[in-house]
Design a protein around this ligand. Structure first.
Ligand SMILES: Cc1cc2nc3c(=O)[nH]c(=O)nc-3n(C[C@H](O)[C@H](O)[C@H](O)COP(=O)(O)OP(=O)(O)OC[C@H]3O[C@@H](n4cnc5c(N)ncnc54)[C@H](O)[C@@H]3O)c2cc1C
Length: 306
């Protein structure tokens, strides 16, 4: 009999904050070695679960499954594969879902997806789905017991006409059957706290897990600000500018900032944190060291419990 994962939403009901890490499927053997080093570096943090992205443009379906199964079977980690609507008909999404379910996965991160490289606009497959909420509904219809995570955007999704509209759409996604939200990366915790406040006022009650990514290079900063619209706070920007040209110093600044963000979030009672670790072993190790020091069990009951 295939191993079955627990339902991850139950983790958020516990008092101990979760630690989840996001990996992407590597393109070659060197990338696979880097991924394995990163997983090893993070293992001492005892991840609650890990997730595996689904390539932009839906390009890595088999790779996502391969890496999910590696993390599950070789590293004995609970895994949440991502799934997107890009380039897929409803039929192919259903058959992928069937395989995922039969393999024992019970948690899926459901997303609309980003367009393939070189394209700016999401184009719906002619027999496919338009929004993340459509994918949530499809999954719930076929497998009501699957626990679904969805994306949330503290600084608004770049395509949304307004933050209020984006929140309305997030609510539709939650009502379609999502069990928890993982946010887009942000560098200023006040942005996350404001988002929580707006979500709660709009009636969204499910856990909202902060997504954190350490900045590792100047190119990354440009990519973030251009693609996902994340604001970089001036103090962080100033530090990064001073370190320009020194990759190691930049990485240290990014990792320290992420560690401080997580520390503050945990003290405020977040349900956990989700780390976009980018398969980078060195920064994972550095961050793991900071987090080991900073994550002495804070029980959520002692704190604000967001
Ligand atoms: C935690 C996390 C993990 C991610 N993992 C991946 C991954 O593995 N692979 C990948 O390709 N991408 C990934 N992404 C990126 C994500 O696919 C993109 O941000 C994508 O542009 C939006 O996906 P979504 O499901 O959040 O979008 P949706 O919820 O569909 O929203 C997309 C846009 O449509 C609008 N909208 C939603 N519903 C409606 C409606 N009913 N009517 C009108 N407008 C509507 C929203 O306001 C928004 O502007 C991830 C993002 C996050 C936060």
């Amino acid at each position: 009999m295939k191993l079955k994962d627990p339902f991850f939403h139950s983790f958020y009901e516990e008092n101990t904050p979760t630690r989840s890490f996001e990996f992407f499927p590597p393109k070659d053997n060197a990338g696979l070695a880097r991924l394995c080093q990163t997983v090893e570096a993070l293992k001492p943090l005892n991840p609650s679960f890990v997730s595996v992205t689904y390539g932009a443009g839906g390009s890595t379906q088999t790779q996502t499954s391969r890496i999910a199964s590696l993390l599950r079977n070789d590293y004995k980690l609970p895994v949440m594969p991502h799934l997107t609507c890009v380039g897929a008909s409803k039929d192919s999404l259903c058959s992928h879902l069937d395989q995922t379910y039969q393999a024992g996965y019970r948690n899926i991160m459901a997303l609309r997806g980003d367009p393939p490289k070189g394209q700016n606009i999401f184009t719906q497959h002619r027999e496919g789905l338009r929004y993340g909420s459509d994918l949530v509904a499809l999954i719930k219809d076929r497998y009501p017991d699957i626990c679904i995570g969805v994306g949330g955007y503290p600084e608004k999704h770049p395509e949304a006409s307004s933050a209020d509209k984006d929140l309305e759409h997030l609510k539709i996604k939650v009502e379609a059957g999502a069990s928890f939200i993982i946010t887009q990366l942000f560098f200023d915790n006040t942005v996350y706290f404001r988002f929580i406040d707006r979500c709660r006022r709009s009636g969204i009650t499910i856990p909202i897990v902060p997504g954190i990514m350490p900045i590792l290079s100047r190119e990354q900063i440009l990519r973030f600000t251009q693609t996902c619209g994340a604001t970089i706070p001036t103090p962080l920007l100033n530090q990064l500018e001073l370190a320009d040209g020194d990759d190691l110093a930049m990485e240290e600044i990014g990792v320290t900032w992420a560690g401080q963000q997580i520390d503050e979030l945990l003290k405020c009672g977040v349900p956990g944190y989700h780390l976009y670790i980018l398969n980078k072993a060195r920064s994972a190790l550095a961050l793991a060291n900071i987090l080991k020091e900073n994550t002495e069990p804070i029980t959520r009951a002692q704190s604000l419990a967001i």
